[in-house]
Ligand binder design. Structure first.
Ligand code: HEM
Length: 554
């Protein structure tokens, strides 16, 4: 039961066997907790009975209070303004409290550009949202104008952010260390209607009863999908994001788009509900980006009713937990024209999975898979026999856009953590942010993030406007280029953030936890889904090929 204390009440709890402290006008009983406090008990005993807000914020992030509040909070100071009674939850999340818009005033000597006639016709910018740290969120969060986002995106943003802040952020480090996200979180992804919205297509109402609370299915577009991945990535863990959507986001769309109706109707609803899991199995011990050379074989049985599959797959995200494997197999001769895609069901028998130990994305379940005489019905063929390459290629744009969104948000997380830390950490009698060398690092992070994000918005818009095959051809090069841009930006930001955090990002957990983890996750983005080298080369080759067909003159 929450009590009200005066400062002198709290001051009487100032002994090791009766130890209260105040943080931001809330009162915490640390009598028992002091023995398990990772920072030591003496440091707590020194502030027993006192307001320790300043010391607390020096050493911890916001997540700590959220995590321990239930266990340690005993009440508040009488000086703390009373919170209003909790409102009954509305059907759609409430819009963010409307803040006074800040009108920047020009300094003497500067000439403000005059708005042109088009300005009057422009729709109003959306309300401010989030912490308003410049560049830590996309600018449309901060009431800058955007041609891409509207109120339905703002509503979805509020819905996801609340879930991530309340249920994900406080636990994500623990899950990463345990190398597993609880199944209930994946289930929640289904129940909240999020899984169904992550397939690069219209919201598939025919395959699920689940609906996203704040966006009607007919309004769902690629910018909602982008926002969903972006907000999940705020948790600052590639392992967490991949656990939820790493297998699903690339394994399910080919099935839905190219699978036979009966197969799709039998398999997909349970996946979209969050009851079953699916992944994509292409990469092999000896064939990574070189898909045309894969060797996992599928031989048609004599009666023509089954394929018998034998082979190995490596680095398969989520494989360890999956019921279904969207698998590239060799059904024909050498090269890309002998490749098909099959939906392999674990229940068929002959499927073994072993969890791999990797540098990063710990909770994503990277897996080594072996298929031994697995009997797969011919009805499970996805697309046409020996034409699997088309299925795989169509999937690449979607996969890469997902990687780009995650990388850019992770870069923002590195930047945001750094700029916040730079305001509280003092060295040589100055806050870090007052050192030009630190601002230079932040500036180089911000410019790369913002430029890449603007390119991402533009490409997502193009994807939305083009037919899938047109997008595959015309955007494949640019998306590959942006993937390389996003992963190098992420690598840069993780490094610079780590330098700003110093030792705190060298040890795991604590204030530097996100930066330390993301630094380890970098390679999981720069290598799979097309390595940086292959992406950069493709960005030119593909663009030239398409523009030649369009009539390019050199
Ligand atoms: C509600 C009260 C508190 C809780 C729940 C708490 C919890 C924690 C936790 C979980 C850590 C591990 C690192 C992390 O995850 O951030 C930690 C570290 C630490 N805490 Fe606290 N703490 C509290 C109050 C305080 C206070 C009042 C002080 C200082 C007077 C303090 C000083 C430290 C220090 C120095 C560390 C080690 C930081 C490092 O490794 O860099 N804590 N605390």
């Amino acid at each position: 039961m929450s009590q009200t204390f005066s400062k002198s009440d709290v001051a009487s709890h100032n002994k090791p066997d009766n130890l209260y402290i105040i943080v931001d006008e809330d009162v915490y009983d640390l009598t028992t907790f002091q023995n398990e406090h990772p920072g030591g008990k003496k440091i707590l005993q020194r502030v027993a009975g006192k307001d320790a807000s300043k010391q607390f914020w020096k050493y911890h992030n916001e997540g700590i209070l959220k995590k321990y509040q239930k266990q340690l909070l005993v009440g508040s100071l009488d000086s703390k303004p009373k919170a209003a009674a909790p409102p009954t939850p509305p059907a759609t999340p409430p819009p963010q409290e409307k803040k006074e818009a800040v009108v920047p005033s020009a300094e003497p000597g500067f000439v403000a550009p005059q708005p042109g006639p088009a300005a009057a016709e422009e729709a109003e910018a959306l309300d401010q949202f989030g912490d308003l740290v410049p560049y830590a969120d996309p600018s449309w969060y901060q009431s800058y104008h955007s041609p891409y986002f509207n109120q339905s995106h703002a509503d979805l943003r509020a819905e996801i952010r609340q879930w991530v802040d309340d249920e994900i952020m406080p636990n994500v480090t623990e899950w990463d260390e345990a190398r597993k996200v609880p199944d209930s979180i994946y289930k929640a992804m289904g129940e909240k209607g999020y899984l169904a919205g992550l397939m690069g297509m219209h919201y598939p109402t025919h395959l699920t009863k689940q609906r996203v609370k704040s966006v009607a299915p007919e309004k769902w577009d690629l910018f909602h999908e982008m926002l969903l991945t972006d907000e999940l990535s705020r948790a600052g863990s590639g392992g967490f994001v991949w656990n939820l959507i790493g297998g699903f986001g690339i394994g399910c769309p080919p099935l839905v788009k190219f699978g036979k109706k009966a197969l799709v109707e039998r398999i997909v609803p349970d996946i979209l509900n969050g009851d079953k899991r699916i992944c994509l199995a292409i990469t092999e011990p000896d064939a990574g980006s070189d898909v045309a050379n894969l060797t996992c074989e599928a031989k048609l049985s004599e009666d023509g009713k089954h394929y018998i599959v034998n082979g190995e797959k490596k680095w398969i995200t989520n494989g360890i937990w999956c019921d279904y494997f969207t698998t590239a197999v060799r059904t024909g001769g050498e090269g890309m024209n002998g490749v098909s895609v099959l939906l392999i069901e674990r229940s068929a028998g002959g499927v073994s999975t072993r969890k791999m130990d990797c540098q990063g994305v710990w909770s994503s379940g990277t897996t080594y898979v072996t298929f031994e005489d697995v009997k797969v019905p011919v009805e499970n063929l996805i697309g046409k026999e020996n034409q699997g390459f088309k299925v795989i290629m169509t999937n690449f744009n979607h996969e890469r856009i997902g990687i780009i969104i995650q990388c850019l948000r992770f870069s923002r997380v590195c930047y945001e953590e750094s700029i916040k830390y730079a305001h509280k950490r003092r060295t040589f009698n100055k806050a870090l942010i007052e050192h030009p060398v630190i601002r230079l690092k932040l500036a180089h992070m911000a410019r790369q993030i913002e430029a890449s994000y603007a390119w991402l918005e533009s490409l997502v818009y193009q994807c939305q406007k083009m037919h899938e095959t047109e997008a595959m051809l015309k955007l494949g090069g640019a998306i590959a280029g942006l993937k390389a841009q996003a992963t190098t930006t992420f690598e840069f930001c993780a490094r610079e953030a780590s330098q700003i955090f110093g030792g705190l990002s060298y040890s795991r957990g604590g204030q530097g936890a996100k930066v330390e983890r993301l630094y380890r996750d970098v390679r999981a983005y720069a290598i799979p889904g097309g390595s940086e080298e292959i992406m950069l080369d493709l960005s030119i080759r593909q663009a030239l090929r398409v523009h030649k067909a369009l009539g390019m003159k050199l």
